[in-house]
Design a protein around this ligand. Structure first.
Ligand SMILES: Nc1ncnc2c1ncn2[C@@H]1O[C@H](COP(=O)(O)OP(=O)(O)OP(=O)(O)O)[C@@H](O)[C@H]1O
Ligand SMILES: [Mg+2]
Length: 309
């Protein structure tokens, strides 16, 4: 069964005296169980709106969704989700340990279960050294970890995280990335939004991209339609000066590092032709490397195309 299904899910915010904002327009999405799904889009694209709808914090204007088959309007659906908001809100006078105890009680966990949960979550998010300090004085990164920990209370099968890596230093980001992968390996389904495309690329099975409330792209990162392969780099060695000079003239770009030649050609076909010539000239191929358009470039291009519609 799919972990998340949305059908024409839409949200229009009506503010008195202002034009209505169509924040989400007919979202159709299916996230499989145990999938890691990344949700991207510019500021104001509708990511948080979608996440709040899925968590039952706001209600759809039309359309609907279900989590593991449970309608999001029902409490049963809520029980299956751990949610981390964009700006986690805490009782500032509590410590992380007390905070998790509080949420554990809300989830109806026994004292023994709360202790077991603390051990698990504190290890995963390295909370031990801040366990008994008041949250009031916490940095952004510490708050982020506590926010993530709260989402894990009660061990829900689905985690919905709104920008879990935002504002973190590289070590903090790695910790969150590793936590997400560990949770995936435990069988959880993870849906998160992010602006950090390299994290998305590294973590996600599939991604979805929103532009002005519409889903314009979704699929596996390596199979995104129209993601251009820019060029191919052919790395070769064992070429003498004359042979190298001929090949340099045939390629779109060339660099030489010690005895290794790096030729750039337009596509795989040219790369194959060049490779044949290299071999014929007595050289050896070290590597054929497709140079793909970066995810950042891809999204910038799609964004422009969609905005121009
Ligand atoms: N409570 C609200 N009332 C009116 N408009 C809202 C409300 N919440 C969000 N919006 C509007 O809905 C649109 C989508 O906002 P949303 O917060 O979902 O974007 P986002 O993709 O999460 O952006 P960001 O990357 O900045 O977090 C925006 O135009 C925003 O102004
Ligand atoms: Mg947001």
């Amino acid at each position: 069964m799919a972990a998340i299904v949305t059908r024409a899910l839409s949200k229009t915010y009506k503010v008195i005296g202002k034009a209505a904002v169509r924040s989400l327009r007919g979202l159709d999405l299916e996230i499989a169980e145990n999938e890691v799904f990344g949700f991207v889009g510019r500021n104001g694209a509708g990511k948080t709106t979608t996440i709040k709808l899925l968590c039952g914090l706001i209600h759809p204007s039309s359309g609907g969704a279900s989590l593991f088959g449970e309608d999001i309007r029902l409490r049963e659906a809520r029980r299956l989700v751990g949610y981390m908001p964009e700006q986690p809100y805490f009782y500032e006078y509590l410590t992380p340990r007390e905070t998790l105890t509080f949420y554990g009680r809300l989830r109806g966990l026994s004292a023994a279960q709360r202790q077991a949960q603390w051990d698990r979550v504190a290890g995963l998010l390295e909370l031990e050294d801040i366990a008994d300090r008041r949250i009031r004085g916490f940095s952004k990164g510490m708050r982020q970890r506590v926010g993530f920990a709260v989402a894990l209370v009660g061990d829900p099968p689905l985690l919905i995280l709104d920008e879990p890596m935002s504002g973190l230093d590289p070590i903090g980001r790695r910790m969150i990335r590793e936590a997400i992968l560990r949770l995936r390996d435990e069988g959880k389904t993870i849906f998160f939004s992010s602006h950090v495309l390299s994290d998305v690329e590294e973590l996600c099975d599939r991604i979805g991209m929103l532009v002005e409330g519409r889903l314009v792209h979704h699929g596996r990162v390596d199979e995104l339609p129209g993601r251009r392969m820019k060029e191919v780099e052919v790395s070769a060695e064992g070429l003498d000066g004359a042979a190298a000079a001929t090949l340099v003239a045939r390629s779109a770009g060339h660099r030489q590092i010690d005895q290794v030649h790096l030729f750039r050609v337009a596509d795989l076909e040219n790369a194959n032709a060049l490779a044949a010539e290299i071999l014929a000239a007595g050289g050896r191929i070290r590597e054929l490397q497709p140079v793909r358009e970066s995810l950042d470039d891809f999204f910038a291009r799609i964004q422009q195309k969609e905005a121009a519609k």
